[in-house]
Design a protein around this ligand. Structure first.
Ligand code: TNX
Length: 486
């Protein structure tokens, strides 16, 4: 049974099955590091499922392919691009071939889903591990396939963040946007301004304990994602959404008085005092430290819902600081009012008006709140979440096209899509699971699969099958009545 999310570009089913046995080995063809990492990823999945170690061997020459799984980037067609792959499963061998390391890793995620759902269970069960014979050719529609986690409204541990990243990897999502600062908390240690984390990280929405990441912990997240071909995009939100910073340093405030920590859920009341020297120093220091922790090209500077009078000049200035650190800026829709460089990116969320004049020569990430805000309730009976952008059932989440959301944009100036989990009402890992699933696989499919190949009626059947896998993964998901679950 072949049941894949996101749906590959082409699937040609064959005859028979490949069976993984204790003598099956993973062969890393050219022995480069990226092949090895992908091989280790697969080996550890198989080992969890079978209870015996799966060996990895480099060099194909003497070893025959017979009975084995081969990973290779040798002689691959460049048509596969940065992220495409070709997967062949036959009765006597399996091969994943890609032109680039990321493609190989995504091919392995497909292989994972060809295996029985029980492979996702951490408990050893000695299930018969069969892969149906098939030839799959695959590559993504969009380069940007993101998910945002808000760790500011409620803090989540490194371990919890890694679990979120693991889900993204399974669905070939490749940008992890981490919303690190907001009114309710500052979640990353900045050595030149330590009170941001020490004071500003000390609480959260509802008044809980809060928390922050040391730079070493943050780097651990970045490395963990990188191993899964996911780039971390850090967001430091400004000039609004800054109460935690304002509460930590009086000199950032217009009146020079630090406000109390904020634990409510209102938005749009805080702003940095833009014209102060100390504010400029703050911005330069914070952006410098964040950039030095970020191997990716992009830094998100927020820019949403800011009451600042001198907003445009502020964003222009922040952009120059980001640029001076050799990174590109991403800002929320409002930032489109500023004088953005062609390398800067706008993340569209809610304000259609700001875009009417401004789509020309601009690059967008699509995050329309009414489609991709995973903190929106599924329907009126959902206990968690909010509803200001409407209810988002599974069909609503799936059935839309990022390229036709706003007038003046097309496939060419849309980098891709990003789903967002804001956490004002989300406190625990089961809460995260319930709001994220089963919407996340649908967003991944919108971002990966060509629009013409996606059909809701087909997707809902695949998602129903996929439910078994979610259960094996131990995910507390919403059992929508729109999906004929098994
Ligand atoms: C809007 S999206 C926000 C967030 C909130 C979210 C709640 C955006 C740029 N701003 O600050 O958490 O709505 O749904």
């Amino acid at each position: 049974m072949i049941n894949l999310i996101p749906l590959p570009d082409s699937i040609m089913p064959g005859k028979g099955v490949f069976t993984i046995t204790p003598s099956t080995i993973i062969i890393i063809d050219s022995g480069i590091n990226a092949e090895l990492e992908s091989g280790q990823f697969l080996a550890s999945k198989l080992q969890d499922a079978t209870g015996y170690p799966v060996r990895i061997r480099t060099a194909l020459d003497e070893q025959s392919m017979q009975g084995n799984i081969v990973l290779t980037i040798r002689d691959a067609d460049h048509i596969l691009g940065e992220e495409g792959y070709e997967l062949t499963a036959a009765e006597n061998f399996v091969q994943v071939k890609a032109y680039r390391p990321a493609g190989l890793f995504w091919g392995i995620q497909t292989l994972r889903q060809l295996l029985p759902p029980a492979v996702e269970n951490q408990v050893v069960h000695r299930a018969r591990l069969e892969i149906p014979a098939v030839v799959i050719m695959d590559y993504p529609r969009f380069a940007w396939r993101g998910a945002l986690l808000d760790v500011a409204r409620h803090f989540f541990s490194v371990q919890e963040v890694k679990r979120f990243i693991d889900w993204m990897a399974l669905y070939k999502m490749n940008r992890f946007h981490i919303h690190l600062t907001d009114d309710q908390g500052w979640r990353i240690m900045i050595h030149s301004w330590p009170n941001l984390a020490l004071h500003g990280g000390r609480t959260q929405t509802g008044g809980g304990q809060g928390g922050y990441y040391t730079q070493a912990e943050y780097s651990e997240i970045v490395m963990y994602a990188q191993k899964r071909h996911i780039i971390v995009v850090p967001e430091i939100d400004m000039p609004g959404h800054t109460n935690a910073a304002l509460a930590s340093y009086a000199e950032l405030n217009y009146n020079g008085i630090a406000p109390l920590p904020y634990t409510g859920i209102e938005v749009g009341f805080s702003t940095l005092c833009i014209e102060k020297k100390s504010t400029k120093k703050f911005i330069e220091d914070v952006i410098r430290e964040i950039c030095s922790l970020t191997p990716g090209q992009y830094i998100h500077i927020g820019g949403d819902e800011a009451p600042a009078a001198d907003y445009i000049r502020f964003i222009d200035y922040v952009q120059s600081v980001v640029h001076a650190n050799d990174k590109h800026l991403i800002g929320w829709g409002e930032a489109a009012q500023a004088h953005l460089l062609s390398s800067s990116v706008i993340q569209y969320w809610n304000d259609r008006k700001a875009f009417v004049m401004n789509t020309q020569n601009k690059k967008f990430i699509m995050s329309p709140a009414s489609k991709v805000y995973m903190d929106m309730k599924y329907d009126s009976s959902t206990l968690l979440g909010q509803d200001w952008a409407g209810y988002i059932e599974i069909r609503d989440a799936y059935n839309w096209d990022p390229a036709s959301e706003i007038a003046g944009t097309s496939e060419n100036n849309i980098l891709g899509l990003e789903a967002a989990l804001w956490t004002e009402t989300i406190r625990t890992m089961p809460d995260i699971e319930y709001m994220t699933f089963p919407r996340l696989p649908g967003y991944a499919e919108i971002a990966w699969t060509q629009q013409s190949k996606r059909k809701w009626d087909d997707y809902r059947i695949r998602l129903a099958q996929h439910g078994t896998r979610l259960t094996e993964m131990g995910i507390n998901f919403y059992r929508s009545s729109q999906v004929p679950w098994k």
